[in-house]
Ligand binder design. Sequence first.
Ligand SMILES: Nc1ncnc2c1ncn2[C@@H]1O[C@H](COP(=O)(O)OP(=O)(O)OP(=O)(O)O)[C@@H](O)[C@H]1O
Length: 260
Amino acid sequence: MRLAADNVDWGVRGVRILSGAVLTAAPGATVGLLGPNGSGKSSLLRLLAGLGRPDAGQVLLDGEPLGLVPRRRLARRIAVVHQQVSPDVEMSTLDVLLLGRIPHRSRLAPVSATDLDLARRALADAGLAGFETRRWSALSGGERQRVDIARALLQEPDLLLLDEPTNHLDVRHQLELLHLLAESAMTVVVTLHDVDLAAQYCDQIVLLRRGRVVAAGTPAEVCTPERLLEVYQAHADVTAEADGRPRVRFRRPRAPAADD
Ligand SMILES: Nc1ncnc2c1ncn2[C@@H]1O[C@H](COP(=O)(O)OP(=O)(O)OP(=O)(O)O)[C@@H](O)[C@H]1O
C-alpha cells in the first residue's frame, strides 16, 4: 500500500502545528519519522491514520483520499500502535490481543477458533506465552507495549503506523521489532527518537522540525552532522558503514568552562 501526505497543514484552536508536511511511503517501505519533542511527529502520524483531518492538503492511500475510504476498509488495512497504551483496562491479555481480529469478523460474530489460535501464537511470538489470562493492567510497560504491537500485527494490516513503539522495550526487543518492521511486506511509518536505530533499519527518514519537514530521503542523505546539529542542537559523529548506512553517535555535551 502506498501512503502519501500531500502538503498537509493542521492546527488546534488557531495554532498551527503542521505546515505543508509532505511524506511518501512506497509499498513495503519502512519510513522513520524523526524530530525533536513537539516537532509534530505524533500529530502527523494521527493524520496518516485518519484520526484527524488536515486543515489543508490531503492524505492519500494508493492515490485515494483517506477521507473517502470506508471506515471498515480502513480498519482492515491500517493498524496503529499508539504512544500511550492505557493500563486502565480491566481485560485479560488474550482479550486485548483479540481486539486485533475485530475488523476481520462479521458484526456480532463470536471469536472463532482460528482467531484464538492466531492470538495465542502471536502471544508466543511476542515472547509472552502463558500470559493469556494475565490482567492487562498488571503487565509491565514493556510487556504491554509488546502485546499492543502483537495486537496491531494480528490485524494483518497493509499499513502499520507506530508512535514510539520502542520507548518501553529493552535492547533485544527494540532490535527484534525494528528488524521485523524492516523485513515485513507491510508499509510502515514509525516515529523514533533513536536516530542511529532509525538509520540502521529505515529505508527512508523524514525529519520534522517545528511542524515542517526539513529533510526526507535515505538515512545517508538525511543524517548528516550539520543537519542533526541544526535540528537537535546536538553534535553527532556520523560514519559511513560498508552497507551504505550511516552510524550516528551523539557526543556528550561539553561541560561549561568556569569562565563561560
Ligand atoms: N490536541 C492538541 N491540542 C493542543 N496542542 C497540541 C495538540 N496535539 C499536539 N499539540 C501540540 O503540537 C505540538 C506537536 O505535538 P506532537 O505530539 O505531534 O509532537 P511530537 O513530535 O510527537 O513530540 P514528542 O517527541 O514529544 O512525542 C506540541 O507542541 C504539542 O503540544
